[in-house]
Design a protein around this ligand. Structure first.
Ligand code: NAI
Ligand code: 13P
Length: 331
C-alpha cells in the first residue's frame, strides 16, 4: 500500500496524521518549517503543536513537499483556507495522476467566494470526483489525545469516499461517508462564524437561551445558504452540520469560539489573533460567506453581524440589538 501525504503540520494536520497512522497507514507530513519536520522525525512528536502526544511510528515528516507527495495515493490538504490556492500551485507538479485529494479546510476563499473543494479542483486541475472532504466535530486536541469522535468523508465518488473512510477508521475515530460535498463544506465553514458569535455572547455574559438561539438560527442560515447552492438540507442535521456547530460552540478548544470571546471582551482582531496564534477561519471566511450569501440572495443575519464586528469595528452590543430588533417573522 502506498503512503499518505499530509500537507500541513498544524493542529489538525498533525492530529489527522496520527489517525491515519493508527489506522495502519504510512504517513509523511509536510511541514513549512524544517524545525517542525525535524522535531517530528527525531522525537516522534510535533514539538510546536502537540509536544505531549506520541505519533505512531508509521508517521514521519519532511519540509520537502515533492518528497511527501511523490507516490502518495491519498494527499491530505491541511493548510489555512486562504493559502490553499497558492500552496496547490506549488504542489500540483508532484501529484500522482490518480491520487485522491482530501480537503480538511473549513473556510471559503476571499474574493472568489469558492468552497475549498472548488479551489482544489481549479488549482490542482483535477476532476471533482477525485476530491473528498472530511468534516465533522473534530477538535484536534481531543483527537490527538485519542478521545472518541466521528466524522464525515464526503465525495461524489463513493469509491474514493470509502477509501478515505477506511484510511481513517480507528477504535477512536468513526467516519461516515456522504455524497453531499456542498453541504459538508458549508456546514464546516459557517459553523466557524457562528462559533465566533457564540464566543462573543459568552464574553458578554449572555444566557443559555440566546446561546441556544445562536446555534439554532445559525444552523437555519447555514442551511438556507446550503440549499440555495444545491446541498441536501438533511446534511445540516448531521455530523458536519449540527454536530460540528454544537461541538465547536461548546468547546474551550475551539479557536473560533476563543477568538469571539476575546472580541467580546473588547480586544481588537489583531490582539485576538496574536493571542489565539492558530488559524481561526471564521474571521476571514465571514466576509466571503457574507458575499456568497448576498450573491445568492440569501439572508444570513448572524454572519452579517459577525462580519461587522470583525471587519467594520461594530460594537457587539449594537450587533446584538440589530439581531434582536429585526422584523419578526415565521420560523
Ligand atoms: N484544529 C482543528 O481542530 C480543526 C481544524 N480544521 C481546519 O483545518 C484547517 C487547518 O487548520 P489547523 O491545522 O487547525 O490550523 P493551524 O493554524 O493549527 O495550522 C496551520 C498550518 O498551516 C501552516 N501554514 C500557515 N500559512 C501557510 C502558508 N502560507 N503555506 C503553507 N502552510 C501554511 C502553518 O504553519 C501550520 O502548520 C483549517 O481550515 C481548519 O478550519 C478542521 C477540523 C478540525
Ligand atoms: O473545526 C473544528 C472542530 O470541528 C475546530 O474548530 P476551531 O477551528 O474553532 O478550533
Amino acid at each position: 500500500m502506498s503512503h499518505v501525504a499530509v500537507l500541513g503540520a498544524g493542529s489538525w494536520g498533525t492530529a489527522f496524521a496520527k489517525v491515519l497512522g493508527d489506522a495502519g497507514r504510512d504517513v509523511t507530513i509536510w511541514s513549512r518549517r524544517e524545525t517542525v519536520a525535524a522535531g517530528i522525525r527525531e522525537t516522534g512528536r510535533n514539538p510546536h503543536y502537540f509536544p505531549d502526544v506520541r505519533l505512531p511510528e508509521r508517521v514521519t515528516a519532511t519540509a520537502d513537499a515533492g518528497k511527501a507527495i511523490a507516490g502518495a495515493e491519498i494527499v491530505v490538504l491541511a493548510v489555512p483556507s486562504q493559502t490553499l490556492r497558492g500552496n496547490l500551485a506549488d504542489w500540483r507538479p508532484f501529484l500522482e495522476s490518480d491520487a485522491t485529494l482530501v480537503s480538511l479546510m473549513k473556510g471559503i476563499e476571499l474574493g472568489t467566494t469558492k468552497r475549498m473543494s472548488e479551489v482544489v479542483i481549479e488549482a490542482a486541475n483535477v476532476p471533482a470526483d477525485r476530491v473528498v472532504v472530511v468534516s465533522g466535530p473534530n477538535l484536534a486536541p481531543e483527537i490527538a489525545a485519542g478521545q472518541p469522535a466521528a466524522t464525515v468523508a464526503a465525495g461524489i465518488d463513493l469509491r474514493r469516499a470509502t477509501l478515505v473512510q477506511d484510511a481513517i477508521t480507528t477504535p477512536y475515530m468513526r467516519p461516515y461517508t456522504n455524497d453531499d460535498v456542498v453541504g459538508a463544506e458549508l456546514g464546516g465553514a459557517v459553523k466557524n462564524v457562528i462559533a465566533l458569535a457564540y464566543g462573543i455572547a459568552e464574553a458578554m455574559g449572555l444566557g443559555d437561551n440566546i446561546k441556544a438561539t445562536l446555534i439554532t438560527r445559525g444552523l437555519a442560515e447555514t442551511a438556507r445558504l446550503g440549499v440555495a447552492l444545491g446541498a441536501d438540507p438533511l446534511t445540516f442535521a448531521g455530523l458536519s452540520g449540527l454536530g460540528d456547530l454544537v461541538g465547536t460552540c461548546h468547546s474551550p478548544y475551539s479557536r473560533n469560539r476563543t477568538f469571539g470571546e476575546r472580541l467580546g471582551r473588547g480586544e481588537t482582531v489583531e490582539q485576538a489573533q496574536a493571542a489565539v496564534g492558530q488559524t481561526a477561519e471564521g474571521v476571514k471566511s465571514c466576509l466571503a460567506i457574507r458575499d456568497l450569501a448576498r450573491k445568492n440572495n440569501v439572508e444570513m443575519p448572524i454572519t452579517e453581524q459577525v462580519e461587522r464586528v470583525c471587519h467594520e469595528g461594530a460594537d457587539p452590543r449594537e450587533a446584538l440589538t440589530i439581531l434582536m430588533t429585526r422584523t419578526t417573522k415565521a420560523e
